[in-house]
Write a protein that binds this ligand. Sequence first.
Ligand code: PEP
Length: 250
Amino acid sequence: MSRKILIAGNWKMNGLKAEVSSLAKGVSAKYNNNSAYEMLICPPFTLVANAVDTVKGSGLKVGAQDCHFNTNGAHTADISPLMLKDAGAEYVILGHSERRADHGESDSLVNKKAKAVYEAGLKAIICIGESDEQNKAGKAVEVNQSQVAGSVPDNATAENTVIAYEPIWAIGTGRIPTSDDIQNIHAEIRKALASKLGQSVADGMRILYGGSMKPTNAEEILALADVDGGLIGGASLKVDDFMGIGACVK
Ligand code: PEP
């Protein structure tokens, strides 16, 4: 089953209006809409609508980095999937390890948010990944399978969901797993998706790798059989680095 590569940028808590003009505009100007891959930027909430307007017509997509599971109501400072849809977002990153660590987000909360994202007609990028300690204890497969079981809703499909495997110890550190390890864990994640959602959904669902991806290592990672793109933090903040990763898609 063919899975279109997705190159997604997570700006995290970085960017002002000036970055929409320089970075979002710069990426959209260079992105070729007929590319063999899909490209997405996820700026902070404050910039989503502005980014959508700025990249209009380029094919570059815009997403957000989190949302609430309700549509509206008494939830001060929260942002709902409907608001993101209204702003023109197409994707929402959920369960990033920084949300799990900084805001105590659990698998069941991520699951609830993903269902709300589907209800609004958006796509969820559900992040999973083991800590350094879990990795060293040989528990990476077990941890990621359990996060799939808990975070991914039963009504997830290959169209409404993307998984991002992000070993926490590789995020922003410059350390990355070996290619064999990345391929192995992606294959195990696909098995966990198959046992939850059925083989054909699992075969169609994209699994991104995230953690210190750069133009210098992307070609090897993106060539792996079960890697269907990248979720990129630091390197998504520079037009040339982000486009350089896109250029590694073969
Ligand atoms: C991330 O936080 O999603 C990420 C992959 O960051 P970086 O690329 O900077 O490691």
